[in-house]
Ligand binder design. Structure first.
Ligand code: TEU
Ligand code: CA
Length: 542
């Protein structure tokens, strides 16, 4: 057996705290709410919990704009609640992964408050400032959230850089003092006994904005090695970097254990399979299954022992996977199970985004008044000005907008789905009488138990953790692969479409490990697959 880290056989569950469980009726999820649901998470079997940011924040970008890294957002609770969460989670063998947003702070962070006062303020150089070009910004860099990445600040007659909203000024990582402060803060959290960090847009910290280099800047990996050395390198924790532009070769730079940077990164190449090439995410095209197969197979085979994959279908920035790559309606649970089986038997660390395990679908809106997400709202403003119709813009938001996956967790069939006794901060549009956790727990064949079974399989079976991956030839919409380890082979077949398909098995089946079909319908090598059928089988030895 290879040298194992705990995170190589663990499954991570992501919580978007605002939307998980409200405990006091203010319509906003909170830490006591999360604590009250730890038994549910333990029953699912997850071993790590990634919390989207819970630090003090004015919430321009729902916590990704931090005004105090060492304080908890009052809406979410107190530091005592946080300490209790860490302890209570640990009792259930669950480690807490903190979301670390260090590419930028909030403009309400004391560092920025000081920095903006004058050019010679000691904190000025914590951020990135520049003179304009006449009436224009320093250059034409654009923010991820639309518009210029530079904001003019009249008091000192200079612009500051913000790759996200103008309330999220970018930190200047070239300043050693900034790095020391960040590392101190990380050590503060590590000392509390957390299980690791998810590092927000970390590929941007080595940026050279005046050369218009944002991702993968020249100093990026030097900073990460320094960070590792100064902070989490001394602990048995996991780290996962959010790296939008990463290729497998770039991922090896981050996750090759010899380089002492991160455990793994999130790759987003998979997310291009329903996007018009070269355009923005809002410009959609039908889901290209063959492309998905090629991308995932490439990541599975290229990293080898020089890196580690993270496996995910969705998160708080992405649409719900059933609405995106599966099917809502009568095929909802079937397609959800299919996607789960397909992903969870690959090599890497799987992530589940809250509600995925009960088959939640996209939240839908009828007007901009129902939208909270700053990225969607900025896009709407920009595209309406460019001549798109409101109907077109709403369709984009309903398909790709970030609120699709940020709506409250559906706990039961009571008022507001059991999320709150008050009015939820984001309205619930899904059919929670049909889709809810209580119902999923009551039905032995629900999607919840498929996830539970997949998690248990990974914990119990080294093949799932360590097995080599081979993509198999198949019909365009069928995804088939093998995992093999120490003479044993597991075959996974998934039909990612609403059409029937055929897959020919190389040998007879010895046993079915997991499936979303009621039974294997025949004993022949030719397997007839109904829409979204998926199965994992061990074949008879050669
Ligand atoms: O996301 C980084 C990022 O690039 C996303 O904004 C992404 O481009 C977009 O959401 C895709 O639709 C991280 C966080 O996950 C996100 O929630 C934050 O808004 C962002 O950083 C800024 O901190
Ligand atoms: Ca609350």
């Amino acid at each position: 057996m290879k040298q194992a880290h705990w995170w190589q056989s663990a499954i991570v569950y992501q919580i978007y705290p605002r939307s998980f469980q409200d405990s006091n009726g203010d319509g906003i999820g909170d830490l006591p709410g999360i604590i009250s649901r730890l038994d549910y998470l333990a029953e699912l079997g997850i071993e790590a919990l990634w919390l989207s940011p819970v630090y003090a924040s004015p919430n321009d970008d729902n916590g990704y704009d931090i005004s105090d890294y060492r304080a908890i957002m009052p809406e979410f609770g107190t530091m005592a609640d946080m300490d209790k969460l860490i302890v209570e989670a640990k009792k259930r063998n669950i480690r807490l992964i903190m979301d670390l947003v260090v590419n930028h702070t909030s403009d309400e962070h004391p560092w920025f408050q000081a920095a903006q006062k004058s050019k010679d303020n000691p904190y000025r150089d914590y951020y990135i400032w520049a003179d304009g070009q006449g009436d224009l910004p320093p250059n034409d860099l654009t923010s991820v959230f639309s518009g210029s990445a530079w904001e003019y600040q009249a008091a000192t007659e200079q612009y500051y850089l913000h790759m996200f909203s103008k309330k999220q000024p970018d930190l200047n990582w070239k300043n050693p003092q900034v790095r020391v402060e960040i590392y101190d803060m990380m050590n503060f959290w590590l000392a509390k006994g957390i299980g690791g960090f998810r590092l927000d847009v970390i590929d941007q910290i080595g940026k050279e904005p005046f050369r218009k280099i944002i991702n993968n800047g020249p100093q990026l990996h030097a900073y990460l090695q320094e960070m590792n050395r100064e902070t989490f390198g001394k602990y048995d924790v996991m780290t996962v970097g959010e790296t939008w532009g990463a290729t497998p070769e770039i991922a090896k730079l981050y996750s090759n254990p010899k380089r002492h940077e991160f455990s793994m990164v999130f790759q987003f190449e998979t997310m291009e399979v329903d996007q018009v090439p070269g355009k923005e995410k809002w410009d959609s095209r039908p889901f290209d299954v063959p492309q998905l197969k090629n991308i995932l197979a490439k990541w599975q085979t290229t990293l080898g022992d020089e890196g580690w994959n993270s496996l995910f279908w969705n998160n708080h920035d992405l649409p719900r996977v059933i609405s995106r790559f599966g099917a809502e309606g009568i095929l909802r649970e079937k397609s959800g199970k299919c996607l789960a089986i397909l992903l969870h038997l690959m090599k890497g660390t799987p992530y589940i985004y809250q509600g995925e395990e009960i088959g939640m679908v996209n939240r839908q809106v009828n007007s901009l008044a129902e939208v909270a997400d700053i990225e969607s709202l900025n896009m709407a403003q920009e595209r309406l000005a460019r001549g798109f119709t409101m109907a077109e813009v709403l369709a984009m938001i309903n398909r790709m907008g970030r609120d699709t996956a940020r709506s409250p967790f559906l706990w039961n069939d009571q008022l507001q789905a059991g999320f709150t006794t008050g009015t939820p901060w984001l309205s619930i549009t899904q059919d929670y009488l049909t889709i809810n956790a209580q119902r999923a727990l009551e039905q032995p064949d629900s999607i919840f138990y498929t996830y539970q079974q997949l998690i248990a399989l990974r914990k119990a079976w080294p093949l799932v953790v360590w097995g080599d991956f081979t993509l198999l030839a198949s019909a365009p919409n069928v995804f088939a692969y093998e995992r093999s380890y120490q003479g044993e082979t597991l075959l996974i077949v998934a039909n990612l479409s609403k059409e029937a398909a055929v897959f020919t098995l190389p040998r007879a089946v010895e046993r079915v490990v997991i499936t979303n079909r009621s039974a294997l319908n025949d004993h022949q090598l030719e397997l007839h697959l109904a829409p979204y059928d998926a199965l994992a089988v061990v074949l008879e030895p050669v």
